[in-house]
Design a protein around this ligand. Structure first.
Ligand SMILES: [Fe+2]
Ligand SMILES: [Fe+2]
Length: 243
């Protein structure tokens, strides 16, 4: 039974099936998920009854349950994020860039929104690749060391920043910026609606962008709602600090 006083983020954490429902209704469960479901539905002008019915149908469905990462070690969660979502971003952005260029070459002179979308995609590529590098080379190794100290009772790891909240704050605002760029791409494409008679490349481009946005939401959900709060709590508990 869906608890209507919970935030969207809390529902996504407790009921992993709900993520598919939130994607279908366009409800933000990652960067903007800290609001009650009723408020999120009102903002999107969606009937809450419909969303609640879909959530309950999802919970009762036979579809395989997504992995519950709330019980995994942070190292396993990081391995999953890097192997699945970071690898996908790195392989998909160049493919989308090729599709964007082909569609612009063919239709850019009559469809100005394609040029605006391509510029945003270039910017998104640049920002996301830097973002993934900071996570993989600075933040994630620190979180793994922090967890290692907890498990072994060892000393608190050295950090090149004050507290972990500092890089996490930076990563969270970069998530918001990336989410906003993709929301703008979605708006420019009229919710990824291809024109009548669009060629297969046009369809592949819009389908690819839509999948990319959904994957990024799941990626950000795992970081903002699971990995980061657990890492902050671990550091705040004074893990492994020697007196
Ligand atoms: Fe990431
Ligand atoms: Fe991230």
């Amino acid at each position: 039974m869906t608890n209507l006083t919970q935030t969207v983020r809390e529902i996504a954490l407790e009921q992993p099936h709900s993520i598919r429902v939130f994607e279908r209704f366009g409800i933000d469960y990652c960067c903007g998920g800290r609001k009650p479901l009723a408020e999120a539905c009102a903002e999107k002008q969606i009937a809450m009854d419909e969303v609640v019915a879909a959530l309950e149908a999802a919970v009762n469905s036979e579809a395989p349950l997504p992995v519950d990462w709330s019980q995994a070690t942070l190292r396993k969660l990081i391995d999953h994020i890097v192997a699945t979502h970071h690898a996908y971003v790195k392989s998909e952005l160049p493919r989308l860039a090729v599709l964007a260029q082909k569609v612009v070459n063919r239709h850019g002179d009559t469809q100005a929104h394609l040029l605006a979308m391509q510029s945003l995609l270039v910017l998104l590529d640049d920002e996301l690749i830097h973002h993934l590098g900071k996570e993989e080379h600075v933040l994630f190794p620190y979180i793994e060391k922090l967890e290692g100290a907890l498990l072994s009772g060892g000393a608190h790891p050295e950090a090149c920043f004050g507290t972990i909240e500092s890089p996490i704050g930076m990563m969270t605002s970069e998530h918001e910026a990336a989410g906003a760029m993709l929301a703008e791409i979605r708006r420019l494409s009229d919710n990824y609606t291809t024109p009548v008679g669009a060629c297969p490349t046009y369809h592949a481009y819009y389908d690819g962008l839509q999948e990319f946005e959904q994957d990024l939401h799941q990626h950000i959900h795992l970081e903002n709602n699971l990995l980061f709060p657990r890492a902050i709590a671990m550091e705040a508990a004074g893990v492994g600090v020697t007196a």
